[in-house]
Each structure stands twice: as structure tokens, then as C-alpha cells.
Design a protein around this ligand. Structure first.
Ligand code: ZN
Length: 304
């Protein structure tokens, strides 16, 4: 779905062959040496709409930017070419392999996700973030942050009172933006050979709370790097399958067996491909390592 094209003014994102909306931000350092570009940092905008964030990044007085922003419907706006360094991380540090990196604007591509973030209930009973952005209560999940309490500055015009909140409300991410975030992160990691995906709250703990507890950075990172999360496609041979389950070189009973021994009941397999009731699977041993590949008749499988 995503590609990058190198134009005269830098590397730009294309979605399904079309260049995404570009609203250039003046807040960037020119150039991004390939060997310095190592991380992806996820943020939330603290606002509802991607366009508001992109306009703020384009505003000469903001002094901030990110490479791209993902809106509530999954739309993407680019603010800084990937071949320049955006101003999204600030004071920050992270360890990548054996290198202690600091000031991560020098090392990280930044993705913003349109989301109001941490909210506090006003005296009138409305959920608002520290900037006064109102979030409907059915889009709020109350949860602690892994780094501790969230401090809200007083915002009298919006009825937000000052103070520390141990379990604030958090604006939910939409399904569309999470899907786009994962696809885009996976694409960028592959395209630029990035080595890690982190939240702003990982690299600037205490100072930053985005993307917050509703963005599960660790499982997101595992999916982006293709690790873990085999649950969806992991099956096992049903108990009581007579004689075990034959595993064959092709989809059908006429094909030769891959091995003489049938798969014993309880054997775990990962499904790679299907053709009707015949599924092409990888047999996993107890450690989850690959043992053999072949076709099996899926009626004798159940969810692992
Ligand atoms: Zn941030």
C-alpha cells in the first residue's frame, strides 16, 4: 500500500500510488544520514484532527513537527520529508543495540497519531485534555500510565483544574488509524532498516505521556517486526484424530505424504495458506521452532 519516492526536495510517502497530502513544516534539520536513521517514535497529537496538528507543524511559531500524522479515519498528512530530521522527540534517550542514543530527532522518524490523549473530568462532568479538547465519554478509557501520574495544568477557560491524576481518562484510537499506523510502521521499518519502534513516553519518561496506555507499544513493535502474535493462525491437531493427521506435499489425498509419521493429536501448526479445506501449514515443535511444511486436511484442526 505504501511506497516512498525520492523527489528533488526529499523522500515522500505515497499511499496506493498517490502522494499523501503534504503541508511542509519549516521545523526541521536538512538531511538525514542513512546510518543515523535508526528508530521510529510514536506520538499522539493531543488534538482531535490530523489537519490541526499538521497546521500547527506548519505554523512558523510552533517550533515542532513530525514526519507524518495519521488522522482519525486513517488519512495521512506529511509535514517533513523522511530525508530530513523533524522536531518531534526533544530531550530523549534510548539504547539501540549497544549504542546509547540521545536527542533522538537525530535518529528517529516521528509518526503522530491524531488523539486527544490524557483527559480529566471537568466539574461539569466532561472529559477534556489539558488543552481543553473535549472527548465524548464513550471514547474514554480510564487507566494508569506506566510512568506514573499525569499532571494537568489549570485551564480555567475550559474548566480543567490543576493537579496530578493517577488514573486519567485516555482518548481511544480508532481502528482505522491503528491499522494504518501498523502498516506504515512496518513499511518504514523495512524501507529504512529501522531497528526499533518506541513511544515518546519510552524515550522521554516523566516529561511525555504519549502515545499512552491505549497504544500498546510492545505488542505493536512485535507485530511490526513480525515477532510473536502467532495466536491468530496457530492451530492444533484435534484430540482423537484417528491415526493422527497426514501431512502431504499438495492439497488433496492423492498427494504423497511429506513424512511417514502422521501428526499426533495436540501437534501445533501455523497456517500459511489455504485452498478450501486443505491448508498449508508449518509444524511447530514445543519451542515454536519450524519442523516441517505441508498440506493437511483442516477438519482435524482446532484453535491452539
Ligand atoms: Zn510526542
Amino acid at each position: 500500500m505504501f511506497t516512498i519516492r525520492t523527489l528533488s526536495d526529499g523522500d515522500f510517502l505515497y499511499a496506493s500510488g498517490r502522494r499523501v497530502d503534504y503541508r511542509p513544516s519549516p521545523h526541521k534539520y536538512a538531511g538525514f544520514p542513512a546510518q543515523a536513521r535508526r528508530l521510529l517514535v510514536i506520538h499522539y497529537t493531543a488534538g482531535r484532527e490530523a489537519s490541526g496538528a499538521a497546521n500547527w507543524f506548519a505554523n512558523p511559531s510552533s517550533g515542532v513537527s513530525a514526519h507524518v500524522t495519521i488522522g482519525r479515519s486513517g488519512e495521512v498528512i506529511q509535514s517533513v520529508p523522511f530525508s530530513d530530521r523533524a522536531w518531534h522527540a526533544g530531550k530523549s534517550r534510548w539504547r539501540v543495540r549497544n549504542d546509547r542514543l540521545t536527542s533522538l530527532n537525530r535518529h528517529a522518524i516521528g509518526i503522530e497519531i491524531a488523539n486527544a490523549g490524557a483527559c480529566r473530568k471537568t466539574e461539569a462532568g466532561h472529559w477534556k485534555n489539558g488543552l481543553g479538547v473535549l472527548v465524548p465519554s464513550d471514547e474514554i478509557v480510564v487507566a494508569p500510565h506506566k510512568n506514573g501520574s499525569i499532571y494537568f495544568n489549570a485551564n480555567p477557560a475550559h474548566g480543567v483544574t490543576a493537579g496530578s491524576v493517577a488514573t486519567p481518562g485516555w482518548a481511544t484510537y480508532t481502528e482505522q488509524q491503528m491499522q494504518v499506523a501498523e502498516k506504515l510502521a512496518t513499511f518504514l521499518v523495512g524501507h529504512y532498516g529501522l531497528e526499533d519502534v518506541v513511544g515518546h513516553d519510552d524515550i522521554s519518561p516523566g516529561r511525555k505521556s504519549d502515545p499512552g496506555p491505549l497504544f500498546q507499544t510492545e505488542s505493536f513493535r512485535d507485530r511490526v517486526f513480525g515477532e510473536g502474535d502467532e495466536g491468530d493462525d496457530t492451530w492444533k491437531v484435534r484430540d482423537g484424530t484417528p491415526g493422527g493427521l497426514a501431512i502431504r506435499v499438495g492439497p488433496g489425498k492423492d498427494h504423497e505424504k511429506v513424512q511417514d509419521d502422521n501428526l499426533a493429536p495436540g501437534t501445533v501448526v501455523e497456517v500459511n495458506q489455504t485452498e478450501g479445506r486443505w491448508w498449508y501449514v508449518t509444524v511447530l515443535d514445543a519451542n515454536g521452532d519450524d519442523e516441517a511444511d505441508g498440506w493437511v486436511y483442516s477438519r482435524y484442526l482446532e484453535r491452539a
